[in-house]
Design a protein around this ligand. Structure first.
Ligand code: AMP
Length: 491
């Protein structure tokens, strides 16, 4: 099936050809015909499936040009980066049409945004907080909206945007076409969808767990104290060209980036406590290749669409198994190959079990010089049946706290095994020249504080914390010199 069968108008076909797309992705095939007929839609799809084009193309086709310009399309996205990316999609797919769009988000001065709005725009892509601010100031009026898209609804709810969204929906005209996208479906997401949509078409693309099959995934059992050394050795391999590292905590992201810079690896961090300017700069430096490594927290990286990420490294395993799928999906974009490395310490074993249950496969174990049998043999807490449920994400805060405080009983569930690791695999071997490197102890879950235990950029975060927290951390102990050769091989 080609794009020809979708009956798109020539300016859109031309833009698609310019992007180099030859075949529509499954979500585009399933959604575009119904959207062109004006139907409401609920799409269960994650980023990386081509869902942005699935909604941007039919909206551009159905919009009529009017002068002076009236805002007819509103797209809500949970993060500034995602909003900016959707804005870019409107630019590229709409290149041969005459529409204008504005991207509205917080963390930057509102002046230029108001200026742009005052000249008239056909399309607004916005994060909820700033949009509501500008609506309340009378700078934006939604009374002419004909097309409304709520993207990444599950993440919106996680981030506490529900009240803002409800207020925004109340200001939309009743007669409109509404599109609703979510990577996961929970009771809460379903309720919001019902409130928004009228007789929607349901489209679900491959269950998210199966879309990761094309990514080569490896697990590294390692003690928390050795993670930094392992990371450094991995990053010295030449084929790790563009690396996105995930960590669960903002201060830890900063610390890792500083540690890498100290070891002559160009790196920066991106998370919710950074100013928008710092986030934009980190992202564009990473895109352009000025820095090789971007260290991110989940929310900041959500939906980031950067070509050619060769490797995703999970410095910490996420406590939500779905996040693992989102994280590693940042590589292997649009049919390309990619690799993910995940570090698993003893206290993360439960997360690994839940991840493997969700993706329905065992992740291959990599042998390496920092291998920890303790981590490998840790039993963790057996996964509860409902950990996988779509709504489990709403209960995970208590899990975080539990880990943060290291429940005294937890350690009893680990089998502490100090046998030396066996390096007996057939071995793909990677060597790196690691003399003179310093290693830092990123000690570890116990560093979690209540402020920093996870990226939760609700409006308070994004609005009131405009300082750049990429500062030198108070404690940075470099506790060993390591001049050993590294070796990694599959176990
Ligand atoms: P999205 O899921 O919207 O974030 O899109 C993921 C990536 O797929 C983006 O880099 C798009 O440029 C790309 N993409 C979207 N549609 C197609 C297509 N039909 N063929 C190839 N790549 C596509």
């Amino acid at each position: 099936m080609s794009f020809k069968n979708l009956n798109l108008i020539p300016p859109l076909e031309k833009a698609i050809a310019k992007q180099g797309y030859t075949t529509p992705t499954p979500i585009q095939l399933k959604s575009i015909p119904d959207l062109l007929e004006g139907k409401d839609l609920i799409g269960i799809a994650q980023t990386g499936t081509g869902k942005t084009a699935a909604f941007v193309l039919p909206i551009l086709q159905r919009m009529k040009e009017t002068y002076p310009r009236i805002t007819k399309t509103l797209v809500l996205a949970p993060t500034r980066e995602l909003a900016a990316q959707i804005g870019e999609s409107f630019s590229s797919y709409g290149e041969f049409l005459g529409f204008k769009h504005a991207v509205i988000f917080g963390g930057v001065s509102q002046g230029p945004q108001i200026n742009q709005l005052s000249k008239g725009v056909d399309i607004i892509v916005a994060t909820p907080g700033r949009l509501l601010d500008l609506m309340n100031q009378g700078k934006i009026n939604l009374k002419d909206i004909e097309f409304f898209v709520l993207d990444e609804a599950d993440r919106m709810l996680d981030m506490g945007f529900i009240h803002d969204i409800k207020k925004i929906i109340l200001r939309l005209p009743q007669k409109r076409q509404s599109l609703f996208f979510s990577a996961t479906m929970s009771k809460e997401v379903n309720e919001l969808a019902k409130r928004l949509l009228k007789s929607p078409v349901h489209v679900e693309v491959t269950a998210q767990a199966t879309t990761v099959e094309k990514i080569k995934q490896y697990i590294f059992f390692v003690d928390q104290d050795s993670k930094a050394k392992l990371l450094l050795n991995l990053l010295k391999q030449k084929h790790l060209t563009k690396v996105l590292i995930f960590t669960g905590m903002k201060h830890r992201a900063n610390k890792i980036a500083l540690f890498l810079e100290d070891n002559n690896i160009r790196a920066d961090a991106i998370h919710g406590n950074k100013t928008q300017n710092a986030r934009t700069k980190a992202l564009s430096d990473f895109k352009s290749g000025r820095i090789k490594v971007l260290v991110a927290t989940d929310i900041a990286a959500r939906g980031i669409d950067i070509d050619d990420i060769s490797h995703v490294i999970n410095f910490d395993l996420p406590n939500e198994p779905e996040s693992y799928v989102h994280r590693i999906g940042r590589t292997a974009r649009a049919g390309e190959e990619g690799t993910s490395y995940s570090f698993c310490a003893a206290d993360e074993k439960e997360f690994l079990k839940n991840i493997e249950k969700l993706i329905r496969m065992k992740i291959e174990v990599m042998d390496h010089e920092f291998h920890s049998e303790t981590a490998k043999n840790a039993e963790g807490v057996p996964p509860r049946n409902n950990r996988n449920s779509r709504s489990s994400r709403f209960n995970n805060r208590s899990n975080n706290r539990r880990l943060g405080n290291r429940h005294p009983n937890r350690s009893s569930s680990y089998r502490s095994d100090s046998r030396p690791s066996r390096f007996n695999g057939r071995a793909k071997r990677f060597n790196s020249n690691d003399s003179n490197e310093r290693s830092s102890s990123f000690n570890n879950r116990s560093e979690r504080s209540s402020n920093d235990s996870e990226e939760r950029p609700n409006r308070l975060n994004s609005r009131s914390r405009n300082h750049d927290s990429h500062r030198k951390p108070k404690v940075r102990s470099f506790n060993s010199r390591d001049s050993r050769k590294s070796s990694f091989r599959r176990r």
